[in-house]
Design a protein around this ligand. Structure first.
Ligand code: ADP
Ligand code: GLC
Length: 480
């Protein structure tokens, strides 16, 4: 099959979260399976320097954006057979320090930036010589592509248009803009209606995608069910219920080329389920790196996250207030809201011998935390899929997660299945209940044999992307 993926971030070229990992790895896995794949993404600052193989393609974009005209260049890279990454080079929009914003504030012109990007995606899909059969757009940033494709097919003679699949990675980010921003799409008023791009009088890019895509996927089966309810539907549940027959939940995979403790360039000693000594070394090295007492017997908990409400920061701080007194160590790597950063700083200052805080984005440190910790905490309020709990499983780091979304679909608690248990799950969103889950972890930690059983189960779990590819192909073809 011939597939064009479109995303505002793609690992290893750009990344703020799991979206980048998921799209980069899905593209790679589809190409490895012999499909022709293109991934289109903006050319952000620094990409050309980091990937000198990028080449300019003889192709220019020149579109109206409302009543302006905007130009862009096309650059490309072929990192693997059957896989081409297309970069949209529009320096005014994308050659900036951040991807979506700086210093905690979104860029004021994100509407224009991503509507323009969506036009480029639509144009490429239409004119690429290899004629994609499916366009897989991701999240609100490309949410207007389905309407653009539909419109051109209806009015501009685009025969045999490709099907459009929208993958929802996170329903909480919808791309809301003032109604006036709709003019930037240069689409007729028709699409700006209550079952289209309009929502409470504003432009809602994700809603437009949900309304006009042929196929809808999201990143775990449980989240696919959750988002059709009022509790998780973020005001789009009614529309999602209407489109339920087009919606399927496909669990993300893990790129084991990237996240594999037996061949991780960021670790000094590799390890595997059969030989866990490297994990002991990784723990001591991490404690040292973080300035924590190097104590092999002290259980070390970790979290790597965007500091946003979704991730359960408030209950995590509450639970750790209590549990740091119980002689555990904890490391947080994260960045995001200034308020949350301040709250974490306050906690870490009170427990300097036990809590280490690293504010910022550090790729290599993220790997060392996955390897060096005994437990990984992920108490999300909601979680469409979640990748770090799956990375933790592979690194023999027992995840403690809330029973929601993809966390529930990937972690096995002893209550569900003692033979296959690989983590600890809790349900109620509260600090005391999370603290209780941490206490369970301490009981597990004290039982070396049982802990090993959990680790072995986790390390044996297989979330390879090659297993996921077939599910995407089924979703793409069932609706063609
Ligand atoms: P989300 O996409 O909601 O942020 P995921 O669990 O799907 O959550 O993916 C998060 C990804 O981003 C993981 O690969 C994680 O390691 C990475 N990540 C998040 N914050 C940081 C950080 N501060 N430093 C390094 N990596 C981070
Ligand atoms: C989103 C979600 C996360 C998911 C990721 C990749 O950012 O918050 O749960 O794993 O996308 O699909």
């Amino acid at each position: 099959m011939k597939i064009l993926l479109a995303s505002s971030e793609v690992y290893p070229y750009s990344k703020t979260g799991g979206l980048a990992d998921a799209v980069g790895a899905l593209g790679k896995a589809l190409a490895q399976a012999g499909h022709q794949v293109g991934i289109v993404t903006p050319l952000y600052r620094g990409i050309r320097e980091a990937f000198p193989g990028l080449r300019r393609v003889d192709w220019n974009f020149d579109f109206p954006l409302g009543n302006q005209r905007i130009n862009a260049e096309l650059w490309a890279l072929e990192p693997a057979p059957w896989l081409t990454i297309y970069f949209i080079h529009q320096s005014g929009y994308f050659d900036r320090d951040g991807i979506y914003g700086e210093n905690g504030a979104d860029y004021w012109d994100n509407g224009a930036r991503f509507i323009f990007f969506s036009k480029c995606v639509t144009h490429l899909a239409r004119y690429l010589p290899w004629q994609p059969e499916v366009i897989n757009v991701n999240d609100w940033q490309t949410g207007l592509v389905p309407a653009m494709v539909l419109h051109q097919a209806r009015t501009a003679g685009w025969a045999n248009r490709p099907r459009v699949c929208l993958t929802i990675h996170n329903l909480a980010y919808q791309g809301w803009f003032p109604a006036s921003a709709y003019a930037l799409a240069n689409l007729p008023a028709d699409y700006f209606r209550a079952e289209g791009a309009e929502h409470f009088g504003k432009l809602n890019c994700l809603k437009a995608g949900i309304a006009f895509a042929d196929i809808l996927t999201t990143v775990s089966p449980r989240y696919a069910r959750e988002i059709t309810t009022q509790e998780f539907g973020e005001s789009l549940d009614a529309l999602l219920r209407k489109r339920q027959s087009a919606l399927v939940g496909i669990l993300n995979g893990v790129d084991y080329d990237e996240w594999n403790p037996s061949a991780d360039p960021h670790l000094t000693a590799p390890y595997s389920a059969a030989a866990l000594r490297g994990k002991v070394i990784a723990k001591a090295a991490l404690q040292k790196e973080l300035g924590l007492p190097v104590e092999p017997q002290t259980p070390l908990f970790g979290t790597i996250t965007r500091l946003v409400e979704q991730k359960g920061v408030d209950i995590q701080i509450g639970a750790l207030e209590e549990m740091l007194n119980a002689g555990i160590q904890f490391v947080l790597l994260g960045s995001g809201s200034a308020d949350y950063e301040r709250a974490w700083r306050k906690l870490a200052a009170r427990f300097p011998q036990q809590a280490a805080l690293r504010i910022g984005y550090h790729h290599a440190l993220a790997h060392r935390i996955e390897a060096g910790c005994d437990f990984y905490l992920m108490p999300s309020r909601f979680e469409p899929c979640g990748l770090n709990q799956m990375y933790s499983l592979r690194y023999g780091t027992v995840p403690i997660v809330r029973r929601t979304g993809g966390l529930d679909d990937t972690v096995v608690d002893a209550i569900d299945n003692p033979a296959l248990a690989n983590g600890i799950k809790f349900s109620e969103y509260s600090a005391p209940v999370l603290a209780r889950a941490i206490r369970k972890a301490l009981v597990l930690y004290a039982d070396a044999e049982l802990l090993r059983h959990y680790q072995q189960n986790g390390m044996a779990a297989d979330f390879s992307w090659s297993r996921v590819v077939g599910q995407y192909l089924t979703a793409f073809t069932n609706h063609i």
